[in-house]
Every structure is written in C-alpha cells, then in structure tokens.
Design a protein around this ligand. Structure first.
Ligand code: 2P0
Length: 346
C-alpha cells in the first residue's frame, strides 16, 4: 500500500491571562484575548501521526490507542480547512499524484499524549495543534496555522508558537483575525521555570467547552471581567514580560487564576475545579512569598485541580523541597511533578 505519512510533536501551553467564554461557538471566537507560555515539548507533549493513502476506505482517528468518531465537527473543520488551503496552492507532489487527487483520499490519524487527558493540563491544546501541524506538513500548507488550530480547540492556537504567546480575540465576524502570535521568544526570559503539580489525573467533571458556555450564560462577573479587567491586565502582563518583572508578572498571574475560578463559582450551577489540595498549594505559595517578603512563586490553575507554578530557576530547589515535604507522592510512585523550561516549538 502506498502511503504518505507525517509525525509531529506539539507542546502544551499554560494561560496566564485566561480564555473563558466564546462569542461564536462554531468558529471558536473568544470574548477576550489571552496570553500563555508554551512549555517544552520534551516533557508534556502530544504526538500525532497522520497518514494518507488512496487505499484507505474511510477516515479513522485513534486517541491514545482508542478509536474515536471521525465525524467530530471540530476534526472535520480542520481537515476541510487544511485541504482548502492546500487546494489554493495546488501543484504536483512527488511528481506522481496530483494534489487534487490527494485531497480526496482518506486519512488515518493516530495521536497520543504523554500526560493525562481532560485533567486541565491543556491536552486538547497540544492535541489539536499537533494535528494541524502534521496535516499542514503532509499537504505542504504554509503560513500561519493558528486560525486553523483554533477551530479544534480555542487554546490550541496558542500552542502553534513557542515562548510567550498572545491570542488576539480579533474583530472580524469570520474569525480571520482571531489568531495567535509570539510576543516574546522563550530565550527572552531564560531563568523563568514552570513547575507542574499533578493533583489529580481524573478527567474533569465539566468540560471547558460546556463550562464556559454556562459561564457566558449565567455569570455577571464574566461580563465585567471581559469589558473592564482583561484589557488592563493584558497590557500589564505584556509590560511585565517585556521588563522581566517577576513580581508584577506573579501578581497578575495569581489574580487571573483566582478570578477565573471565581467566575466558575459565579456560574449557575457553580463549577468547582479546585480541590482541597489545590487550596493547600495556594496557601503554601502565599506563605512562602510572605516569608520571602516578595513574590517568588506564582500559581495558576486551569479547568482542573492541577497547579502550574512559575518561579525563577534559582528558587526551584528550595521550593521543590517544600513541596516534597508537604505533598508526598501517592503509593510511593514516581513524583507527580515535572519542571520545565519554556522553549520554542521546533
Ligand atoms: C485557557 N482554558 O486560556 C483557559 C483557562 C481553561 C482555563 O482554554 O471549547 O479546551 O475547546 O475552545 O480551549 C480550555 O478551553 O476550550 C481553556 P474549547 P479549550 O487555557
């Protein structure tokens, strides 16, 4: 069987200014812009292989070895968009098959994560960005791909770039300007470290997609956040990154996380993503910062109980020893935390 095949790896990204709420569910257009940090793909990553053959009878997809329904509209949107872009730059491929023929062939997609899915660790961001990168490679599509990754999962558009990334909400109704861009490369702030504390590997009880729909429909706090708070915080966070001002960065980061979870509680019925252990981590960070008489560590929590801590490299050993003291790994298993250096996507 003749087959074209591409494998790609993509990293997760951790939002500092959170995306929570859409103005368009189909095009996945957010209510506010967001800023994230892309982590190293050597640690948490999705790996996707896409194969194309005229002998495949239908399109099939496997996620962590379990076959999924290929009729998922988000997946179909991505396939359609990539093929559309490929068609626009139509040409000969490998001197054999015409690209136009290839566009009618079926795909086999195989994706795996090396970390728990649906546990608030940005698995869909890594998964969809990886799929888009692999498909673009296969069909020789070039240029910005964040708008296509966004159609898989909003946060996926930010994983298309390394370092510090902003997803602009955009203003066009067709979503053409709702794209991600790098605002600083990872080597801009090489001392910055991310420490992930895995509190639970259980899938979340309320998906992000459903949770944010409910927040948009019921939370009054969300409206004032989007209109009054996020624009100011975006500007402040950009400045803190440009100046490498960790204390400023840390304060915005923690306040953002707290406000996001306040909105989840303001949603009706309320959504509680944090657990007692999450609260203990928050308390420990504040006590450590108070002891140091300055902000040395910042936490942020996404749609799950797992913590992402940001700190300077020089403070990692001291803070890790505190974590090891207060939070013992379950069942004497491997330590449930990983520290990573944000690096560029290769
Ligand atoms: C973020 N989260 O900015 C925020 C913070 C979770 C909390 O983006 O519906 O999986 O697929 O666009 O991208 C999670 O939302 O949701 C998310 P969809 P997505 O990272």
């Amino acid at each position: 069987m003749k087959m074209q095949m591409v494998t790609c790896v993509a990293p997760v990204n951790i939002a500092v200014i959170k995306y929570w709420g859409k103005r368009d569910e189909n095009l996945i257009l957010p209510l506010n812009s967001s800023i994230s940090i892309t982590l190293s793909p050597t640690q948490l990553r999705a790996k996707t292989t896409v194969a194309l053959s005229k002998d495949f009878e239908k399109t099939r997809i496997w996620l962590n070895a379990v076959e999924q329904n290929p009729d998922n509209p988000r997946l179909q949107n991505i396939i359609r968009k990539i093929k559309h872009r490929a068609f626009r730059c139509n040409g000969e491929k490998n001197g054999q098959a015409n690209k136009e023929d290839m566009l009618n062939w079926h795909l086999h997609i195989c994706s795996e994560n090396n970390f728990p899915v649906s546990a608030g660790l940005a698995s869909s961001a890594a998964g969809y960005s990886c799929l888009v990168a692999a498909m673009a490679n296969l069909f020789e599509v070039e240029g910005d791909l964040s708008g296509i990754a966004r159609l898989g999962s909003g946060s996926a558009c930010r994983s298309m770039y390394g370092g510090f990334v902003e997803w602009d909400l955009g203003h066009c109704s067709d979503g053409s300007d709702s794209l991600a861009r790098q605002i600083a490369p990872c080597d801009h702030w090489p001392e910055l470290r991310a420490l992930l504390l895995v509190v639970s590997e259980q899938p979340k009880t309320v998906s992000s997609t459903l949770g944010m729909q409910n927040s948009v429909n019921t939370s009054e706090l969300l409206r004032s956040r989007v209109e009054c708070i996020v624009p100011r915080r975006l500007a402040e966070l950009r400045a803190s990154i440009a100046e490498k001002d960790f204390e400023k960065f840390a304060q915005i980061c923690m306040k953002e996380s707290n406000q996001f979870h306040a909105i989840c509680l303001d949603t009706y019925p309320p959504i509680g993503y944090l657990t007692e252990v999450s609260d203990q981590i928050i308390a420990l960070v504040h006590r450590f910062n108070k002891l140091c008489e300055r902000l040395k560590v910042a936490y942020t929590f996404d749609a799950g109980p797992n913590a992402c801590l940001f700190l300077m490299e020089e403070d990692v050993p001291r803070f890790l020893s505190l974590i090891r003291h207060f939070f013992r790994p379950v069942n004497n298993g491997p330590e449930n935390f990983i520290h990573g250096l944000p690096v560029d996507v290769p």
